[in-house]
Design a binder for this molecule. Structure first.
Ligand SMILES: Cc1ncc(COP(=O)(O)O)c(C=O)c1O
Length: 394
């Protein structure tokens, strides 16, 4: 038989898959783990995952669901009680009325992004998104044969897309705009008026506005609002991963215009059948007052960490021109020390045991000049990291 282990051209993976990059942060993590295995102490400031465990009431609800044998498929759009609970949460916390029938439960916000892109982006359609931004977004667009149009954003607009960017970069092929607030990697937020201006622009052009609100709830200054209040034509992406501390449960949601829900339902049936059942039942406890109290206390702990880390990094000489107002990231300009942030990350890791993420994970614009710090570790460990950085830089 012919040996095909070398995968001849005809059997190669598709271009759509070959053009998807892996996360550079995984290279950092792999090296950090290797150093740890060799006995080194590593300060992890590279991971985009909360260090807090899933809250007790959610764990208990998950255990009850298991004990009750809730181990079968659910409807593709999710358990009705959870869709209702999310609608209730929008009403109570954000004063927004949304019908549960517009809420689709997904496998993390990743599932929501895939469903959304699969539904609104066709071959050759352009989607505007910020560079730097969450890397998977451009890959989702590529996966559905669309064209991710990275718009270089700078500190002047708090690293966010604006209505002016949409006016400048939209073409007849533009099918939608994706914004994220708070943003990964910059931790910056869009103001409610700017979001309204972007919405006005997309609405006038008859194109979609997708808003990634996965870090909603983790906002430290300014208003923690939802773009959902702007109209029933937006697609809002959210997750139980970050504020709710449920990364591994793989649960998120999408709020969609009513006319798209049957399409999303069909796509979800075909791609996933349903989101994880136990996770959906566990998440019902996420909206209980005691859980929300605990989650808000965690948000306050993140704020305290940010309030320590941002001035400390500035004192060391990193550029942080815009105050990060949400999520758990600081996007820092390291050009006073290097013109190669990727090499800088690995040198920093080898010499000091501090792990951070290189800018190239988030796009091309200014990537070699930036690194991302995550404050997903305790204040004491952040202090340790800053001390090591000070020694390294001096
Ligand atoms: C901006 C943004 N969107 C989406 C995701 C996907 O997260 P999940 O699928 O766990 O909800 C992440 C994860 O880090 C993110 O930072």
């Amino acid at each position: 038989m012919t040996d095909r282990s070398a995968s001849p051209t005809s059997l190669r993976a598709t271009a759509r898959v070959r053009e998807i990059d892996s996360f550079y942060v995984m290279e950092v993590l792999a090296r950090a783990k290797a150093l740890e295995a060799a006995g080194r102490d590593i300060v992890h400031m590279e991971l985009g995952e909360p260090d807090f465990d899933t809250p007790g009431p959610i764990l208990e609800a998950g255990q009850r669901a298991l004990a009750a044998g809730r181990t079968r498929y659910t409807p593709a759009t999710g358990v009705v009680a959870l869709r209702e609970a999310i609608a209730g949460y929008y009403q109570r916390r954000y004063g927004i009325h949304v019908g549960p029938e517009r809420i689709v439960i997904t496998t993390g916000s990743s599932g929501a992004l895939l469903l959304a892109m699969g539904t609104v982006v066709g071959p050759g359609d352009e989607m505007l998104l910020a560079d730097p931004g969450y890397p998977c977004n451009r890959h989702f667009v590529r996966f559905v044969e669309g064209r991710a149009m990275g718009v270089p954003v700078t500190a002047d607009t708090a690293y966010q897309l604006t209505a002016a960017h949409v006016r400048e970069h939209a073409t007849p092929a533009t099918r939608g705009v994706l914004v994220a607030t708070p943003s990964n990697p910059t931790g910056t937020t869009l103001s409610a008026p700017e979001m309204a201006a972007i919405h006005h622009e997309t609405w006038q052009r008859g194109i979609h506005l997708l808003v990634d609100e996965i870090y909603q709830g983790l906002v430290y200054d300014g208003e923690d609002f939802s773009a959902l209040s702007l109209g029933d034509d937006l697609l809002i992406i959210n997750s139980f991963s970050k504020y709710f501390g449920m990364t591994g449960w793989r649960l998120g949601w999408l709020v969609a215009p009513e006319y798209l829900v049957p399409e999303l339902d069909r796509l979800a049936q075909n791609l996933f059948i349903s989101a994880p059942t136990i996770s959906q039942h566990a998440a019902l406890a996420a909206f209980e007052p005691t859980t929300l109290e605990l989650l808000d206390a965690r948000r306050d702990a993140f704020r305290t960490r940010r309030d320590f880390l941002v001035p400390a990094l500035r004192d060391l000489g990193f550029g942080v021109p815009v105050e990060p107002t949400g999520a758990f990231y600081v996007y820092a300009d390291c050009s006073p020390f290097t013109d190669d942030s990727y090499a800088f990350c690995f040198d920093l890791l080898e010499r000091t045991g501090v792990a951070v993420t290189p800018g190239r994970d988030f796009g091309a614009h200014g990537a070699a000049r930036h690194i991302r710090f995550s404050y997903t570790t305790s204040l004491a460990r952040l202090e340790e990291g800053v001390e090591r950085l000070a020694g390294y830089l001096s």
